[in-house]
Ligand binder design. Structure first.
Ligand code: PHE
Length: 344
């Protein structure tokens, strides 16, 4: 007498050998192992058997299901590897074909300038101190000698948050207080840092001014720091950044947090001081605001101004980047236009 289970096993296994591609293979799967397949139908007959035969029959159908499943997987792996071998043989995959060119990103021109700055200042012994973009009014103004209603606050139109004590920093100078408090160990240690970062001002956006721009602040605190140290340090930076023969000049200026305060000009590096359109025929370019740290500011940073002194400066890298690459409009910097960015 033929055995239904063994018949199906034999039929299924020999049918499987005829299947040579994945479509016919999946037909096979539904024919035998699918929900309405042959094995499923065998399970369906269990109920019609005499009770004493059910368990043994069920076990055999289970075994069949397992065996057919294993045979299916084996066949599937074989077909896959044959297909791959055939593709390789027939050259459907041409491994000698050049790959699609990969688009390479580039560094933002402003990032490049910042890196150049950081390398130079690091070589001169300045550590990078990362301060925060969102500041307290206290740090951005009050502790820098700009109490509420001080007229010099108007020099920097400010973006406030819904909390009037919290704002977007208008310059990197609040980092001076944070650096002194954090690195000065209660006014006992000298520090030498630069503080690079984004600043924000609520200004009319034009080709020459943006609501966001970067600055690089510098701060040195020590026991014997004098104006000559500031002048020498900036002159050295200018030589390394612009031109080994770069001349620097200082003009008296005013910032509430430095005293005395000076504006720093460097000889125009495009015309070597001859006078050109970029320097408006003056031969000089303004590169920094600077000065000796005001005694109040030293005190706010935790230092005793009768013992400690220091200098600070703030530079605007975008201007330098614009001059260097002949960029006419500062709005390109944060406009994210790839046609601009891909040029660098
Ligand atoms: N914070 C000043 C500005 O944004 C620049 C500055 C920094 C001046 C440090 C003096 C000392 O205009």
């Amino acid at each position: 007498m033929s055995d239904a289970i063994e018949d199906i096993r034999e039929e299924a296994l020999s049918a499987l050998e005829q299947r040579t591609d994945s479509d016919s293979l999946s037909d096979w799967h539904s024919q035998y192992l699918g929900r309405r397949g042959a094995v499923g139908r065998l399970f369906g007959t269990i109920g019609g058997l005499p009770p004493e035969e059910r368990a043994a029959f069920g076990q055999r159908v289970n075994a069949l299901q397992k065996d057919l499943g294993a045979a299916f997987e084996e066949r599937e792996a074989l077909i896959q590897s044959q297909l791959l071998a055939r593709d390789l043989e027939e050259g459907e995959i041409d491994i000698s074909l050049p790959a699609y060119p990969r688009r390479r990103g580039g560094l933002h021109p402003s990032t490049r300038t910042h890196r150049e700055f950081q390398t130079i200042w690091a070589d001169m012994g300045f550590q990078v101190y990362q301060s925060r973009d969102v500041e307290e009014d206290k740090f951005n103004f009050t502790l820098l000698n700009l109490p509420p209603h001080h007229p010099a606050r108007d020099m920097q139109d400010t973006f406030y948050t819904t909390d009037p004590r919290v704002l977007l920093r208008t310059h990197t100078s609040p980092g001076q207080i944070r650096a002194m408090r954090e690195l000065g160990a209660g006014g006992t240690k000298p520090i030498r840092v630069i503080l690079p970062g984004m600043c924000y001002r609520q200004e009319q956006v034009t080709a020459r001014s943006e609501i966001q721009f970067t600055q690089v602040e510098g701060l040195a605190i020590g026991r014997n720091i004098r104006m000559s140290d500031l002048k020498g340090t900036i002159a050295e930076f200018a030589k390394r950044m612009y031109n080994p023969k770069a001349k620097v000049r200082y003009r008296a200026s005013y910032f509430p947090f430095t005293e005395p305060s000076m504006e720093v000009d460097v000889e125009c590096f495009l015309c070597d001081g001859e006078g050109c359109r970029v320097c408006k025929y003056t031969g000089w370019l303004e590169i920094a605001g600077s000065g000796m740290v005001h005694p109040d500011v030293l005190r706010n940073g935790g230092y005793d101004p009768s013992v400690w002194s220091g200098f600070a400066f703030g530079m605007g890298p975008e201007r330098i980047t614009m001059l260097k690459h002949g960029i006419q409009d500062i709005r390109y910097f944060w406009g994210n236009d790839l046609r601009f960015l891909q040029q660098f």
